[in-house]
Design a protein around this ligand. Sequence first.
Ligand SMILES: Cc1cc2nc3c(=O)[nH]c(=O)nc-3n(C[C@H](O)[C@H](O)[C@H](O)COP(=O)(O)OP(=O)(O)OC[C@H]3O[C@@H](n4cnc5c(N)ncnc54)[C@H](O)[C@@H]3O)c2cc1C
Length: 456
Amino acid sequence: MTDQLTTTEPLSFDGTLLHPGDPGWDDARRAWQLRADQHPAAIVRAGSVRDVITTVRRAAELGLRVAPQATGHNAGPLGPLDGTALLRTGDLRDVTIDPQRRIARVGAGALWGDVTVAAAEHGLAALAGSSRDVGVVGYTLGGGVSWLGRAHGPAAGQVTAAEIVTADGELLRVDDEHHPDLFWAIRGGGGSFGVVTALEFRLFPITEVQAGALFWPIERAAEVLHAWREWADEVPDTVTSVGRLLRFPPLPEIPEPVRGRSLVAIELASLEGPVATELLLRRLRALGPEMDTVHSQSPVDLADLHMDPPTPVPGIGDGTGLAAFPVESLDALLATVGPGSTLPPLLSVEIRQLGGALARPVGAVSGLDAAVVVFAVTIAPDDGAAAAATTTLDALASALAPWAAESTYLNFVERAGTRTFPAATLRRLRSVKTTYDPADRIRANHPVAPFGPAGS
Ligand SMILES: Cc1cc2nc3c(=O)[nH]c(=O)nc-3n(C[C@H](O)[C@H](O)[C@H](O)COP(=O)(O)OP(=O)(O)OC[C@H]3O[C@@H](n4cnc5c(N)ncnc54)[C@H](O)[C@@H]3O)c2cc1C
């Protein structure tokens, strides 16, 4: 093994090849998740699909692994990346919309903001993530829960084809008819199976949604979240909502109305028209929210609804899927992280409503047949803050354990070790991995290992 990707002969890249200490090294190894401290053997900032192929082939010759990464939103579980070439795809941001077929084709580094804006120019919408700078490929390989999810299912369910460089450096086009096993695995199984260089997926003729958030002081968390739990159980699949505890720090970059405040919020997006949505909201509005931002908007603006950080942050968080979401599970959550809790506080604890079309089987997508997924996160600028946050995250996971689903939705798992696939799905994924990457060359944040020689 060597740490020089160029030892045997000079390579030419359309992008850039970097080794430790080169100018730009620290910038290239930095993930969106600033707590990830990545120290790969080399970094390729791919400028073309040819660069992806060259990287995979040369890494194989040198005994290095390859970790594709677009933004580094979920870099936490990847680890320090020793013996690995980090393949940054962020410059491959091509987006093409075919308005007649309602299909988007995107490169490996496209962000959701690139797609939603381009699609909206044709009156179309995508099953985008809550944040404009999440990578389309990483999000979709994990499943993809959007604000339109209960109506239209996970984003992976709309993928019609993918182009993928496998561990032996071959570029394949996969769809229902070509390499269907690989096509199944990449829709929900994550990034273990090759480097995806293009994705094609269906868009929807949606130009308007009713969306926004209702806020109350956090002291009313029990009353509001219990009412939301019952309400969410009854609304049609055209409505996707989140119940949330928020403790905003007193920082200047936080908008003035919520800066330094602790609140309970209900965020929602509805594909019902304005009148029907008003009717649906009556029960929640009867609780007298102190702020109410629900209004008619373009699907592009859904990227602001969840108030995700617009720039990289040192975050620490994790998710837990709940097979059922009875009153007692919500009480357990509130007792652990609600207003009376004495544990170190978290910036956000959200309960994402699943159900509807999200529960329908799609490829290897796992964890979305749960009732809800709870995701808790906070900012941890130093190790002390991270340790404090870990105490609370662990306490929350223990409190929710009686209702935990068999596996937790991949994209909301940010710590290594959480179970992300049911046993049968994992077996099938490992079989696909063994076929396409028996030497475990491609390194993913949520890895699927090939079977060993004895089938272990
Ligand atoms: C602020 C924020 C908001 C989010 N909102 C949502 C949301 O609304 N819904 C939701 O479902 N999830 C959401 N997520 C989770 C998000 O989907 C995952 O973090 C996802 O992995 C991000 O993909 P990425 O490419 O941006 O990140 P990266 O860290 O770059 O990639 C994650 C993993 O994807 C794989 N991967 C990426 N690119 C490729 C490629 N070209 N080929 C093969 N494998 C690849 C790799 O295994 C990589 O380690 C959010 C996360 C954050 C931090």
